[in-house]
Design a protein around this ligand. Structure first.
Ligand SMILES: [Zn+2]
Length: 611
């Protein structure tokens, strides 16, 4: 895909004019008057933020894919501004959304992986800022990965994240809701606001694994179900935009459409996302559309970052960006004003936390990407947009210059105290010692030691085998999976990802002794693994050692206060084994709060009546 091209001759002329003539005016719509009315509070500005999970930019027609079926996003781009080079901060759902909602890099908001540290209170979200300004705020989530315990619910009046009774598709991924269900909930809420300014965040998870679009998209895209999911989600986005019309707020609503990250789809040896920081997973679609606020049909080739969205919205409202926002308003760029380049910081700690490999950190400019890794990389994005040729050896001075810039920049964009807290980890280690298990070193790589760790790009073959094993486990072919995992456990003995899958497979074949060893190992490597904690607790219950089980469930609840498994087990332990009606009641009631539709809910309600 060309890095910069224009939609139509008209758009081309408008951009040429826009740069030199009346900046905030396009076609026959005077955006200056619209923006002034909003700033003076004479016109409302509703905000609809749509994040389509795992949607790679080059899969949309408006981003150059000829056979894409994305008419609604394309129309949004025709009526608004499309950013050709928008970059996510992390190729993972929770940290990327944290950046989108706070306007800050992960070094500042502190969320580095999906299951690591939660977003803490000092972070200010767009919802918090807008609520201060009288907005109704609602979030509508498509997958359990973004449930409120990850901390992104700050500032939302309504955080629609109840996944109780929602099956995870094929047991493979997070419980998710189809886009039409999420869109219906969001549309109803928008319709109920009655003219009050609102901020709605609608998160659609469909393009994420497993790729399983509903009919008729399932048949139409049987050869490419990932694209089928995007086509289906696009149709639902169309319905969401129609609901703005129905509520009579279409012309007063700023719509921001983007993705949190892309998808590897086999490029660079990565099928999904999270490990690498290539453009396949960090280049995201971004379209802003506001009929009275933004020109129509404009395409911007300059690099922008997802952290620029919050300050842009605040710019429309004339609200000063609070301290901590690291993005910059996109309006000067849209209006054709001279705009300083926007460097993008990109990171992935997932290869480190989940596999024990080196993390990857990158500096991306308009034309270059430098990746800090055990074997560092440099790409010329103009000549090699597919990042196929590492130019590190060919241009060592340029590469080291960019990496030095990256290294100097990281402390500047870091907030004090965001590094993973060591205290919880130490506590788990102490707990393990009390139980008679001597543990090794702490989970995350110590600073400065990262360069000794394996380079993720040398582990592509391991990634592929792990994915095969994962598919085998979830297809029920556990014996075949265990044969593959046997080799993986020998080659990657410290990989939490391998250990988690091995534990799951061993539980399925009821090899409890081996499963326990695997989960203890996992806990050494990743003391916050809810999976390991809950399964170890359960394994000790199976062995009739409730005293050993108890601390694991307690710890699981510290890691995730909404852990239904931990709440249920603690309720049972205090009901039957260590009778304490007050505690039993507390845990059972919490269990019913977080999992009212759980298959065990009815029996828990009965127990509560007898307490
Ligand atoms: Zn995601």
């Amino acid at each position: 895909m060309p890095r910069s091209y224009l939609a139509s001759p008209l758009a081309r002329i408008l951009i040429l004019l826009g740069a030199a003539v009346i900046p905030a005016c396009s076609g026959n719509v005077d955006t200056t008057a619209g923006r002034e009315a909003v700033r003076r509070g004479e016109a409302p500005l509703h905000v609809l933020l749509i994040t389509l999970d795992t949607a790679r930019a080059d899969r949309f027609r408006c981003y150059g894919r000829k056979d894409a079926e994305t008419p609604n996003v394309d129309r949004l781009a025709d009526r608004g501004v499309l950013f050709e080079n928008a970059i996510a901060s992390v190729p993972l759902t929770v940290p990327s959304h944290a950046s989108i909602l706070t306007g800050a890099f992960p070094t500042h908001h502190g969320v580095r992986t999906n299951d690591g540290k939660l977003m803490d209170d000092p972070n200010l979200t767009l919802a918090e800022i807008l609520r201060e300004h009288g907005y109704a705020t609602g979030a509508f989530l498509g997958a359990a990965v973004l449930q409120r315990h990850c901390g992104l619910d700050q500032g939302f009046d309504l955080y629609w994240d109840d996944f109780s009774g929602t099956a995870s598709a094929g047991g493979l991924a997070y419980p998710e809701k189809r886009a039409d269900v999420v869109v219906r909930a969001a549309s109803d809420w928008i319709g109920r606001q009655g003219g009050k300014p609102f901020f709605a965040w609608v998160h659609l998870f469909d393009p994420h694994l497993p790729y399983d679009p509903p009919p008729p998209f399932r048949n139409a895209w049987s050869a490419s179900p990932y694209d089928g999911e995007i086509a289906y989600a696009d149709e639902c986005i169309g319905k969401l935009l129609e609901s703005l019309e129905r509520a009579g707020v279409r012309n007063d609503t700023l719509v921001a459409f983007l993705s949190d990250h892309g998808e590897g789809l086999g490029d660079h040896g990565e099928n999904t996302h999270g490990v690498f920081v290539y453009d396949t997973t960090v280049h995201v679609p971004l379209v802003l559309c506001g009929p009275r606020l933004l020109p129509a049909g404009r395409r911007i080739a300059n690099q922008v970052r997802v952290i620029d969205i919050v300050p842009t919205i605040l710019d429309f409202l004339g609200v000063d960006a609070p301290e901590g926002i690291q993005g910059r308003s996109l309006l000067p760029l849209v209006d054709g004003a001279v705009d300083a380049p926007r460097d993008a910081y990109v990171e992935s700690y997932y290869p480190n936390r989940s596999f024990g490999w080196s993390p990857l950190l990158a500096l991306r400019t308009d034309t270059r990407k430098a990746i800090q890794a055990p074997r560092p990389e440099l790409y010329d994005l103009e000549r090699d947009p597919g990042e196929a040729r590492n130019r590190f050896d060919a241009s060592p001075d340029e590469a080291t210059g960019l990496l030095a810039r990256l290294e100097a920049w990281i402390p500047e964009i870091s907030r004090e105290g965001v590094a993973e807290s060591a205290s919880l980890d130490a506590r788990t280690r102490a707990m393990l010692r009390e139980l008679g298990y001597v543990t090794g070193s702490a989970a995350p790589a110590e600073e400065g030691r990262e360069r000794e760790l394996p380079d993720p790009k040398d582990k592509r073959e391991v990634l592929a085998r792990l994915q095969t094993a994962s598919t085998l486990v979830y297809e029920g072919n556990t014996e075949a999976a265990l044969r593959l995992l046997d080799g993986l456990l020998r080659e990657e003995p410290d990989s939490p990802q391998v250990l988690t899958l091995a534990g799951e497979a061993l539980l399925r074949v009821k090899n409890y002794a081996a499963a326990r060893d695997v989960y203890l190992k996992l806990l050494e490597r990743d003391p916050r693994s809810e999976d390991a904690l809950v399964n170890l607790g359960s394994l000790y219950l199976v062995r009739n050692e409730p005293k050993l089980a108890l601390p694991y469930f307690e710890r699981a609840l510290e890691v995730n206060p909404s852990s239904a498994d931990a709440l249920f087990s603690l309720g049972n332990l205090y009901y039957r084994t260590f009778p304490d009606p007050t505690k039993a009641r507390h845990f059972f009631e919490r269990f019913l709060e977080v999992a009212p539709s759980d298959p065990q809910a009815a029996s828990v309600r009965n127990l509560l009546r007898s307490l």
